[in-house]
Design a protein around this ligand. Structure first.
Ligand SMILES: [Zn+2]
Length: 423
């Protein structure tokens, strides 16, 4: 039967952990609601992870219980936020541990549950103000009588001050509050060591292409051969695979990126290719945020009473200018992030191409990432040999690392294109 974990592709081990924790959490609530029983004692149980009476769980098994803070890690597209949301739903499930159909599950997955807060950073980082407000609200008693759940997507984008505010809440958690953090890894660059030490870890792996193809076919009704191609091309990124299978524009952008190796015929061509890549990323980002930007601005203007002419309108407009400025700042930050994400997707595609060339030069028996450019990669493998292919792959990865380290994208991409051309 499909439940809240059904969309978590190829993550059997993680799902098992989460189901058991949800069962332990439900047992805690049952114990707390039993008359005559001390709620505090039941919550002690939560902290130690020992869950008497949880379905099929041996008492004293520290790996099976429930705890207040979790970190979901894994490569992009592995389903970190899908896992966190599914677990949130399982905690709010009124029937069991994530049936997928009850109001608790349903509203959590739809993003409308009163006791589930979802933090999706729109800019490049999550600030301390946002985090303090969140921690404060999360301390209130859950209105549905179960748990207050806070899901923080991209916890690696917390500012240091925001991380400290969160740490305080995690160190002394309100009894019914659960924090679910998502981050690429537990490297100190992604999440502070102190926060990490307070959280239970749920590592997700890169789902195998077969599992991704299967879910695209089953859930999204995509033809099996298209699903298989998209799953391989997206390199285990479920959301990207779905977009490639469904969105002709996404396929066109990918084709343009994979045409780059053919186009690098000289210095001028390398600079042209760099410009084209940057501009394509900008255009993609613009398209992805334009609609939200316009809706937000219209909503704010309406709320501020734009167009009013009566007494007080002038004062309202002065106050409004500040709020509009604040909104523009937020939107600009979101646009920058969308651009970086688009450029990063392009670089991952490009890296896949040179990885194909490398594996072919080495005659390794692995399936190519990009089946449609396999002949081109094969030609490259013959021309460059393994060493040349590896150097090019490293140039693409170095470009990603440079942009991550805040080098100006155009400069990093130009350096990469020159390196790809020179070999
Ligand atoms: Zn349910």
């Amino acid at each position: 039967m499909p439940d809240v974990f059904a969309d978590l592709v190829g993550q059997d081990e993680a799902v098992d952990t989460l189901r058991r924790a949800a069962a332990a959490a439900a047992a805690v609530l049952r114990a707390a609601h039993r008359p005559g029983e001390d709620e505090l004692a039941a919550l002690e149980t939560v902290d130690t992870g020992v869950a008497p009476g949880a379905g099929g769980v041996a008492p004293g098994d520290p790996g099976a219980g429930m705890t207040h803070a979790w970190i979901f890690t894994g490569p992009p597209g592995s389903g970190r936020s899908v896992a966190a949301r599914a677990f949130a739903a399982a905690l709010q499930c009124v029937h069991g541990t994530g049936c997928g159909v009850c109001p608790g599950c349903h509203t959590t997955l739809a993003g409308t549950h009163a006791d589930v807060r979802l933090v999706v950073p729109e800019g490049l980082s999550i600030g301390v103000g946002e985090m303090r407000a969140l921690v404060l609200r999360a301390a209130s008693t859950p209105s549905g009588g179960r748990w207050q759940v806070v899901v923080i997507e991209d916890a690696d984008r917390l500012t240091e001050a925001a991380g400290n505010a969160l740490l305080k809440a995690i160190e002394e958690p309100p009894p019914r509050t659960v924090f679910l953090l998502c981050a690429p890894s537990t490297h100190p660059d992604d999440i502070s060591v102190t926060i990490r030490s307070r959280c239970r870890l749920v590592p997700l792996r890169q789902p195998p292409p077969d599992a991704v193809a299967e879910v695209l076919a089953r859930r999204d009704g995509i033809a099996p051969d298209v699903a298989r191609w998209a799953a391989a091309a997206a390199q285990g990124h479920v959301g990207r695979a779905r977009r490639l299978a469904r969105d002709p524009e996404a396929r066109k952008r990918r084709d343009a990126v994979l045409a780059v190796p053919r186009r690098l015929t000289g210095v001028g061509a390398a600079f042209d290719a760099a410009s084209a890549l940057i501009e394509a990323a900008e255009a993609e980002a613009e398209a992805s945020v334009a609609e939200t930007d316009a809706t937000e601005r219209a909503a704010l203007e309406t709320a501020l009473g734009a167009g009013g002419t009566g007494r007080g309108a002038a004062g309202a407009i002065r106050g409004a200018a500040g709020q509009l400025k604040e909104l523009e700042k937020r939107q600009k930050s979101r646009a920058t992030r969308a651009q970086r994400d688009a450029l990063d997707r392009a670089l991952v595609d490009l890296a896949g191409f040179y990885r194909d060339a490398l594996t072919m030069a080495l005659r390794a028996s692995v399936a190519p990432v990009h089946t449609d450019t396999a002949p081109l990669a094969e030609a490259g493998a013959r021309k460059w040999d393994a060493e040349g292919a590896l150097r090019r792959l490293e140039a693409v990865l170095a470009c990603r690392a440079a942009i991550e380290a805040n080098v100006k994208p155009r400069i990093a991409v130009e350096a990469m294109m020159l390196a790809l051309w020179k070999g």
